[in-house]
Design a protein around this ligand. Structure first.
Ligand code: COA
Length: 118
């Protein structure tokens, strides 16, 4: 998945304990994706994800894209992201969506949302 530590930002306590991360990925089609957002269980609900997303958004050009589970759509809308249809998707997300749709069909789940921030 082309993971590179240089693309990550991390949140940590004042003692240097890791509490969360997120990254900005640049795909071959040049689209930018906010990805790998995760906060340790014990630190959730305290604004850590908000701080990570706001940091990435502030330092990134637009548009920004992300892919998420349907139940997290409301969460990302708070930051200005909106759900987009296939007509607005860069090639990378169209490809990913095609692959994921087969998978979610097999496990009888709802497909992911692709969202965009302008
Ligand atoms: C989703 C996740 C990153 C949220 O982290 P967090 O640090 O608890 O989030 P925050 O405390 O910064 O919440 C920011 C806001 O979003 C809301 N929020 C948090 N989790 C939410 C959820 N699952 N659904 C809807 N809203 C949510 C909070 O209520 C908060 O609202 P407020 O600003 O009005 O208080 C965290 O639960 C997690 O790591 N989950 C597992 C990994 C994951 O699903 N990552 C997303 C991949 S797309």
């Amino acid at each position: 998945m082309d993971l590179n530590w240089k693309h990550f930002i991390v949140a940590e306590t004042s003692e240097g304990v890791f509490i969360g991360c997120a990254q900005l990925k640049t795909h071959q089609d040049k689209s930018l994706e906010v990805a790998s957002l995760a906060v340790e269980d014990a630190f959730r609900g305290q604004g850590v994800a908000r701080a990570l997303i706001e940091k990435l958004i502030t330092q990134s050009p637009r548009p920004l894209y992300l892919m998420c589970r349907p139940e997290l759509g409301v969460f990302y809308e708070r930051f200005g992201f909106r759900v987009i249809g296939v007509e607005e998707m860069p090639p990378y997300f169209l490809r990913m969506l095609r692959v994921i749709k087969v998978f979610v069909f097999l496990i009888r789940r709802e497909g992911p949302l692709i969202m965009r921030l302008d």
